[in-house]
Design a protein around this ligand. Sequence first.
Ligand code: IVH
Length: 689
Amino acid sequence: MSRKEAAEEHARLAAEIAAHDIAYHQEDAPKISDADYDKLRLRLLELEKQYPTLAKNSVSQKVGAAPSGKFAKVKHAVPMLSLANAFADEEVGEFLARMKRFLGMAESAELAVTAEPKIDGLSMSLRYEHRKLVQAATRGDGAEGENVTANILTIKDIPHTLPASAPELIEVRGEVYMSNADFRALNERLAAEGEKPLANPRNGAAGSLRQQDVSVTASRPLKFFAYAWGEAPHLPADTQWGVVQAFKAWGLPVNPLMVLCKSDEELLAHYHKIEAMRAELPYDIDGVVYKLNDLALQQRLGFVSRSPRWAIAHKFSAEQATTVLEAIDIQVGRTGALTPVARLKPVTVGGVVVSNATLHNEDEIARKDVRVGDTVIIQRAGDVIPQIVGVAHRGEGAVPYQFPHVCPACGSHAEREDRGGGKADAVRRCAGGLICPAQRVERLKHFASRNAFDIEGLGDKIVHEFYEEGLIAAPQDIFTLQARDARSTKKLATREGWGESSVANLFAAIEARREIALDRFIFALGIRHIGETTARVLARHYHSAEHLRDQMKLAAATPENDARHELGAIDGIGDIVAEAVIEFFDEPHNLEIYDALLAQVRPQALEAVATSSPVVGKTVVFTGALERMTREEAKAMAERLGAKVAGSVSKKTDLLVAGPGAGSKLKDAEKHGVKVIDEAGWFELVGQQ
Ligand code: IVH
């Protein structure tokens, strides 16, 4: 695969993953199965392994999605990270071997590793200062979460104070969850009150916790397991096991199924034991987590992108069931993508009633030859929209499914783009662009959504209604709503279910967004392939909405020019993204909207990224024998500190770290006048003795 192809696939995957992150973390409404999500991430990592520059600014470096805005934000003192996944048993041995290699240990060396259930809840960071619980925060995007202290204080499982044996400051991390029995009881109660039932215990826990009205949280039986920590200057032990035992001694609930193992055989034995117990456990789990026991070694191993090298989640395989495929509906997305959705005869899979499943795309339907009327095998992993694995029995008289070639929303032709080399894109798209009502309304929803303009009170449903009623046709109309409402005889406040205060709140929320960060502004435009990360890259590079527009107009003017070249040379902007941005600004109607928006809102330039590492942006080469770390470890450390690690010395090299036995690279460094230091000098320079 060429770099260009890889970059294209990477951009597609990144956009898809970012959308799923939002659906899962912010809307508590995942759209695909965990297993499918993991597959997307796995493929992304594969591409990044092949072409490491793709990892820059990639979603692979991010955990989840930014907080939703309902609660105050909390910056995590130590990021809350995620775990890499393993699916096959063989991967467990590989995980151990990888750690030993990184640490320069013999293959036969023994490593102690803990194994414990992976709880299907939501992660929480509990900050105890002077042994009092002072703050509780959700994970959010890993860097910043939501302050849910008041809600957490209602959970009986969680102590408000720690005993004298606990340190002055510690952030205890773990999982908030709802037991299966409590979940069933809650759903019965909701049904009795005429409310919508929740899909599963994880959503039950998330929904119960993220309540503005704390008394609602208090009425929901939530529980907690402690299994990790964040900021903790004085840990009570030097092993994973020891710290968790201390948590237990302090009165924090810890999972009773944690064991300490010495080999992959022992880990797998525990995995299969827990897997066999799964159905009987009082709470949902979706795998087993393995963590290296020795904390000093954990420290040396560090992190790669969003997960630690010293831990892994070994997931269980998904649960399956069969049911009848009653219909295939086509949904039209913001970028015109036609997405097939399977409507199923409702069936229970792993305790959840399922009536919709994803069919991905046209090829997927053809490959599996799924037909309306067939009995299909559906699979559900975790708590997300299930997928169709294949056909169990052919339905009587079922005919092959014909994917529509016209858009069901506007009747425009729908086509599959050429991905180069005669390969068609997997997605069929409506060519109607802005004349397609489905695309227009989806774009508006996107514009007002959480990670874009984040207009409270202007959720998908209201956007849809306003669009249908002709109140907003394009994004700029949102900002003239109030003025138009003042003149109108059909006031918003007279809508059913609305009143003066809800309208005032909506107008206030809109007013509050007239000043908006430039990256959100760019992201909100809904340009194809421009996710939050790329929007940020563009915002950092072009600084103002006007400059971006002017440069893109220049770029669009001719096939070869400086502006085009400048865009293409930005780190993190591949060919596909560059083309998409230029195409957007080459469309007069888009420019019209852009300028109309700029008459209403004031996008703000982003602050520069401040970083304090002495090697940030420097190119470093390691050579010769290193004693305190393996080469891989050295490279990871340098990258963590913002340096680029190169394999050979050139005049672009800033620093050569040379151990005993260094040869030709040392000579090259002398030739180019590159600064040379030894391993001790490196540790001194980066301030880690
Ligand atoms: S350890 C730095 N242990 O799984 C590693 N996580 O997929 C911190 N989870 O964000 C996580 N049970 O919300 C760990 N026993 C367990 C867990 C667990 C559930 C969740 C946690 C984490 C996610 C990663």
